[in-house]
Design a protein around this ligand. Structure first.
Ligand code: 3PG
Length: 212
């Protein structure tokens, strides 16, 4: 089955950086999503790493302009729960047959993770050519992605993991990178302090990073 790239690509090409969020308090969700939208990053990924994550997806989806995806999807049950919560897109750090099967049975686009050549080949065989690359810095970063470009000319990546304002421009210069993801736009300290202006400032800075 194919990836539903006609729905995924506009989300990933619409902004150079996808904020990756870990929500601890539901009261933070709406002001945080508004701050990111105001800063030019309407597509956001809320990770299923906290007990309130699914409710956070529901709340964030109500914020005008926000395009809310679910991240850290590890299995078919997570996929189903994220879909029921209204996620507009699904992100998984890796890929399994069960997650691909869940995506095949759904209208929601999936961004699956892959790092090794064999993982890339498995994803391609399932009809997926737009892939998350996680954990980007730890797995080999820009140099590794450059070396995948020739054998995997059809693949485009969204690297995440260890990316921040300082190294995001280097990733975004690569022709096989369509966007990057990261948590640096919404630091825990700023969320805890309710410093939404700071998050809008970081979003504006990230939204302005040039792509190749
Ligand atoms: C992810 O799931 O994409 C990563 O946890 C984001 O990594 P970062 O916190 O290093 O940006």
């Amino acid at each position: 089955m194919a990836q539903k790239t006609e729905r995924l690509l506009p989300i990933l090409t619409g902004q150079p950086v996808i904020p990756v969020l870990k929500i601890d308090r539901l009261d933070d969700v709406e002001p945080l999503a508004r701050a990111l939208v105001a800063g030019g990053l309407p597509a956001i990924e809320i990770t299923l790493r906290t007990p309130v994550a699914l409710e956070a997806i529901r709340l964030a989806s109500r914020v005008e302009g926000a395009i809310v995806g679910a991240g850290t999807i590890l299995n078919a049950a997570d996929f189903g729960a994220a879909q029921a919560a209204g996620a507009a897109f699904i992100v998984s750090p890796g890929a399994t047959g069960a997650v691909f099967d869940a995506a095949d049975a759904s209208d929601i686009p999936l961004l699956p993770g892959a790092i090794t050549p064999s993982e890339l080949m498995s994803a391609l065989a399932r009809g997926y050519s737009v892939l998350k690359f996680f954990p980007a810095e730890q797995a080999g970063g820009v140099a590794y992605l450059k070396s995948l470009a020739s054998p995997f000319a059809a693949v485009r990546f969204c690297p995440t993991g260890g990316i921040g304002a300082a190294n995001a421009p280097d990733y975004l210069k690569l022709p096989n990178v369509i966007c990057v993801g990261g948590s640096w736009i919404a630091p825990d300290a700023a969320i805890m302090a309710g410093d939404w202006a700071e998050i809008t400032r970081l979003s504006r800075e990230a939204a302005a990073i040039a792509r190749h």
